[in-house]
Design a protein around this ligand. Structure first.
Ligand SMILES: [Zn+2]
Length: 211
């Protein structure tokens, strides 16, 4: 499937899975080593066509496209500049994860699938206004080498080695936030230990699936 079609497919899934409402959130994917496709600003995912996506180089210049890129383009750009290992970035405003971002509390590694894909707790980047370089810098610092980060009072960014992986990171962050809040209502949320998380993360990266 064409990369741009894959982006549109995931955009529609963000809406149907309830990770974003209407036109919010944004998605990008690397196109070779030196550029990435990103969703346009303020357009309904259901109506997107491949040529609505905008191609940006790693200095932030528009290479192709007739639309205005997502207002969070600087965030995506900063992620690709600082994490050469990732090829996709998905940003959502999902509800339970956003609750943690409003409480300014990291989402701990509470459940195995999330521990494998994220590699530890999802930290909260200090608040900065949307679309700003400050937001991008805060997010990069809080992301570290993990698979996702929370933006204070805003939402989630998931990254990955493929679009599916970045999307999966967002789904698992939301699932874990929901579990965390539910477990606390039951009395306690026991966090996996660092050793357990490290073991699972390594196993996931090295041997999980058809490797
Ligand atoms: Zn946002």
């Amino acid at each position: 499937m064409d990369l741009r079609e894959e982006v549109i497919k995931i955009g529609k899934e963000l809406v149907t899975q309830g990770l974003v409402v209407s036109t919010w959130g944004n998605i990008s994917v690397k196109n070779g080593d030196r550029s990435f496709f990103i969703t346009p600003s303020g357009m309904e995912y259901q109506l997107l066509e491949p040529n609505d996506l905008v191609l940006i180089d790693l200095d932030g210049n528009i290479l192709e496209g007739h639309r205005k890129p997502s207002s969070e383009m600087p965030l995506h750009l900063a992620f690709y500049q600082h994490r050469s290992d990732i090829t996709a970035v998905v940003h959502t405003h999902s509800i339970y994860a956003s609750a943690y971002s409003v409480a300014r509390k990291p989402i701990p590694p509470l459940i195995e699938d999330m521990a494998q894909v994220i590699g530890g707790s999802v930290e909260v980047a200090p608040y900065a206004l949307p679309g700003t370089r400050n937001l991008a810098q805060n997010a990069i610092k809080a992301l570290g080498n993990k698979g996702a980060v929370l933006l204070a009072n805003h939402g989630v960014v998931g990254v990955g080695y493929s679009l599916q992986e970045a999307y999966k990171a967002c789904l698992l962050v939301e699932k874990t936030a929901h579990i965390g809040i539910s477990a606390q209502l039951l009395g306690q949320a026991v966090v996996l230990t660092e050793d357990e998380v490290d073991w699972m993360r390594k196993a996931y990266l090295l041997t999980y699936g058809q490797k």
